[in-house]
Design a protein around this ligand. Structure first.
Ligand code: SF4
Length: 701
């Protein structure tokens, strides 16, 4: 049931703001107003004068189309097999106790594969001290470098702006507090639920190999020191075809163009492969809008050719919405994932991007991308009190479109760029943490448990270690591994039925915590591959709970899905196909993740030194957070390597289209193949003229 609040007069609107935010009256047609500004609620209240009071409710609650998967069923064979696996597991445990193999050193690694006891851990728990930044001093240092008063090596040699910070528990929250002798006291929230953070830190499986210091990773205290990275990010250009307000990467707003030449792109991609551990990374082309680079398609092709695991683009989707042929070319070149900027359902939830039909353009982009076989990842920046109420509807949207969308990445707001000067009150109000996310998913979908279903992104590490071991010493590449600090990212696995559009957190029917421990033990035991595979099979089965599993899921489907998901490690004989062929099955393991990029108020060098998102630049690989937020290497590097002022660039190459000014962008037509909430579908039907009633509501594109 929707949670309802009764209001009688304007003073009660205070509660609207808190509860974000829908006005509902039995005398109005049902109206969903997501992210309604206070003023608009006032207007609505005026319209309500003289009428019965209405109700206010969370739009998500009780309003989502997707439902929880039905569980249970007798499943006598499944129960028997699980019972046998539990007994067999005891035998394997004994074998591993009596004899363990010796880890080998694969070609790609700088040392023999690490066992759990050999791994290092940053300090966890609280109170604890860490290294951070003074939000004011570091800005002064950056400005000194950009103005030419200092050389960029000042950042490497002098550590400007660095101060100590404490992570403490206070009044039921976890805070970062720090004092700068010059600029005073700063504090910010790290978690609104100490138990949540405690659990997430406890589940961190330990660091990966230490990365040797090289010319590519020599950025003083901003150097990435551990792990293999997982997403190499390459900004192809800072030009963009939108003008969001504010945006600090866009050429139009910073006044200069910074765009990589073809030789620079190749060199950057080649360089990254020289780092040991040599690992299977994804490459993500970013920007600006990367599709504006004249080298975009060739860059995708080259990245695939030289061996990167998957090639992605972080995109606003406009180019793909405009032209299905472009989507086809990108797929043919090797692009497999579109990281699609996505702020909410409906045009009003995208209004701050200054294109009045942006959501309609996203629908077109999703359709065109999916039609050629490119997976769509919804990338959502969440700002408290602005669009946090969209968490439930966005998950619902992803489930409804699970044939196209495979992953949702929520990114809690990071106060960067002009927002670095955010006032304390706004920052406090808008701060959103990974713990908010876990609680909001539960609140808005009615499904999931923050203390059971959420894991640090690094928790999947034992599966990468297992794959590394099974692949043996002669491999040239280590497996993809997300070994980031547990304060950086969390995730939840969703078991999705693509047929019935229903879902369940996987922890409801798999003991994920125990499975991760078992996989770690198996990997540490380092047995021959045939025995390892048998042990993995037993571990999977023993942690499976048939009575809680989806009613229509068979054990065979479950094991097949696991094998496919882990790259066919258990059953090498099966080829699961590519593209559409691979997606034929009924079930999808969808991930909902939270990646919390840092800002100056919560910056922690323990996090950047373990960063899994290296930004590849002309000055080597810098942690995403050190590049875009915190230390802010972006401004320095872009200034050092900028191509031209915007004016000069336009004179030489001409202008590209920019969609802005709250106007609609032209779309080829209204058709799309995305499943929408009823209200949105209705709106589109009218807007496209599909209602056929001459209702006068048609918008002109
Ligand atoms: S980008 Fe930032 S938040 Fe993400 S892993 Fe790197 S340091 Fe952590």
């Amino acid at each position: 049931m929707a949670q309802r609040y009764f209001f009688k007069d304007i003073n009660d609107l205070e509660c609207l703001e808190k509860t974000k935010l829908c006005v509902f009256s039995s005398h109005f047609k049902e109206t969903t107003m997501a992210a309604v500004a206070y003023k608009e609620i006032e207007k609505m209240q005026e319209n309500a004068q003289g009428k019965e009071p209405g109700d206010v409710y969370f739009p998500a609650e009780g309003k989502l189309a997707s439902k929880k998967l039905e569980q249970g069923g007798l499943k006598p064979i499944d129960r028997l097999v699980v019972g046998i696996a539990r007994v067999t597991w005891q035998f394997f445990k004994l074998v591993n106790k009596i004899h363990q193999g010796k880890p080998f050193q694969p070609r790609w690694a700088p040392a023999p594969l690490l066992k759990k006891k050999e791994r290092t851990f940053p300090q966890f728990g609280w109170p604890r001290e860490t290294d951070s930044l003074c939000p004011r001093c570091i800005k002064e240092a950056r400005e000194a470098i950009v103005s030419g008063a200092e050389d960029y090596t000042y950042l490497i040699n002098e550590n400007p702006g660095e101060i100590k910070a404490m992570i403490v528990e206070k009044e039921g929250k976890i805070l970062m507090v720090k004092d700068c002798p010059k600029h005073g006291h700063f504090e910010d929230v790290m978690s609104i639920d100490p138990d949540f953070l405690k659990r997430i830190e406890k589940l961190y499986p330990g660091r990966d190999f230490k990365s040797p210091l090289t010319n590519l990773r020599n950025h003083g205290t901003s150097s990435i020191q551990y792990g293999r990275g997982s997403v190499l990010t390459v900004d192809l250009t800072n030009r963009c075809n939108m003008m969001c307000d504010p945006c600090f990467m866009d050429a139009n707003q910073v006044g200069y163009v910074h765009e990589l030449s073809w030789d620079e792109i190749k060199e950057i991609l080649d360089n990254s492969l020289k780092i040991k551990p040599r690992r299977q990374m994804s490459v993500q082309f970013s920007g600006g809008e990367p599709t504006l680079s004249p080298h975009f398609i060739e860059a995708v092709r080259y990245a695939k050719e030289v061996g990167y695991f998957s090639v992605q683009a972080a995109t606003n989707g406009i180019r793909f919405a405009e032209d299905p042929q472009f989507a086809q070319q990108a797929f043919d070149a090797g692009m497999r994932i579109a990281y699609l900027q996505f702020d909410g359902i409906g045009n009003e939830n995208n209004a701050h991007r200054k294109i009045s039909n942006l959501f309609d353009a996203k629908l077109k982009a999703i359709t065109n991308l999916a039609n050629v076989g490119i997976d769509v990842v919804l990338v959502v920046t969440i700002v408290n009190t602005i669009n946090d109420h969209q968490i439930g509807p966005i998950i619902d949207f992803a489930i409804q479109n699970s044939d196209k969308v495979t992953f949702v990445s929520f990114q809690p707001v990071s106060f960067t760029g002009r927002d670095e000067d955010v006032d304390d009150e706004t920052r406090k109000k808008q701060r959103y943490t990974l713990s908010h996310l876990a609680h909001d998913v539960k609140k808005q979908t009615g499904i999931s448990e923050p203390l059971r279903d959420w894991f640090p992104l690094s928790a999947a590490g034992p599966f990468s270690d297992l794959a590394d071991m099974l692949q043996g010493p002669d491999k040239d590449w280590g497996n993809l591994k997300c070994g980031c600090h547990p304060n950086c990212g969390t995730g939840m696995g969703l078991w999705v039925d693509k047929k019935d559009r229903a879902w369940l957190p996987i922890s409801e029917f798999i003991d994920v915590e125990q499975l991760l421990k078992d996989i770690q033990d198996i990997t540490d035991a380092c047995q021959p591959p045939w025995l390892t595979k048998m042990e993995v099979g037993a571990a999977l089965l023993k942690n499976y709970k048939p009575a809680k599993a989806p009613r229509e899921l068979t054990l065979r489907d479950f094991m097949t899905k696991f094998d496919k998901q882990s790259g066919g490690g258990l059953n090498r004989k099966v080829d699961y196909g590519k593209g559409f062929e691979r997606k034929k099955d009924r079930w999808l393991l969808m991930f909902v993740a939270g990646m919390w990029f840092q800002d100056l108020f919560n910056y922690d060098f323990r996090r950047t030194e373990m960063c899994i998102i290296p930004y590849a630049t002309q000055l080597g690989e810098v942690s995403f957070c050190a590049y875009n937020t915190g230390v802010g290497w972006r401004q320095i590097i872009e200034n050092m390597f900028k191509n031209a002022s915007v004016g000069d660039w336009y004179k030489k190459y001409g202008r590209h289209s920019v969609f802005a000014g709250n106007r609609p962008m032209p779309l080829p037509d209204w058709s799309h193949e995305v499943r929408l909430p009823a209200q949105e579908a209705e709106r589109l039907k009218h807007a496209s003229g599909g209602c056929g009633e001459g209702c006068g509501c048609h918008e002109v594109i």
